[in-house]
Design a protein around this ligand. Structure first.
Ligand code: ZN
Length: 168
């Protein structure tokens, strides 16, 4: 019997730590949590993350650095918008707006997260880019669990938990 490897239509459970190569700052980690479980080959993850662990077996560790194009993409300056501050009047009656605050706008195509990058009396400058857009990212990944996806998971395009028992 050949040992299973990370490949299309397998469900991988991994521990990972993501750092910024320029300063080593950890931006995300599964340490202290359940491993991250996902269906491989269905765009559940940023593209480079999957590509770099293809062929890995349980217990294998890999470390790699992704360019922005293979991670969250380049920044799009068209994603930085000035919004009249009066549109936030109701929110401001309940919470203090500060630069760096992350909020979610209800847009016609669905919820869109953004970060307040500047505040003036009249306008709020909102950045709809992913906070990691335009950045190279380093990941240290360990494969914890690996199994073949069920037909149901493949047709749904996502994993049903580490052992496949979750229902959706
Ligand atoms: Zn499902």
């Amino acid at each position: 019997m050949t040992e299973l490897e990370v490949s299309e239509n397998t469900v991988a459970s991994v521990h990972y730590t993501g750092t910024l190569p320029e300063n080593g700052e950890i931006f995300d980690s599964s340490e202290g949590r359940e491993p991250l479980t996902f269906l491989v080959g269905h765009k559940q993850m940023i593209p480079g993350f999957e590509e770099e662990i293809l062929g890995a077996k349980v217990g294998e560790k890999r470390e790699f650095t992704l360019s922005a194009e293979r991670a969250y993409g380049d920044r799009d300056e068209a994603g930085v918008l000035q919004i009249p501050r009066e549109q936030f009047a109701q929110l401001e009656s309940e919470a203090k707006l500060t630069e760096g605050l992350q909020l979610v706008a209800q847009m016609p195509h669905g919820p869109s997260p953004f970060t307040i990058v500047h505040l003036s009396d009249e306008y709020i400058t909102a950045d709809f880019n992913h906070t990691l857009a335009g950045k190279s990212l380093t990941f240290a990944v360990e494969i914890i669990d690996l199994r073949k996806a069920s037909d149901e998971e493949v047709s749904h395009g996502h994993a049903h938990g580490r052992d496949g028992s979750e229902q959706h």
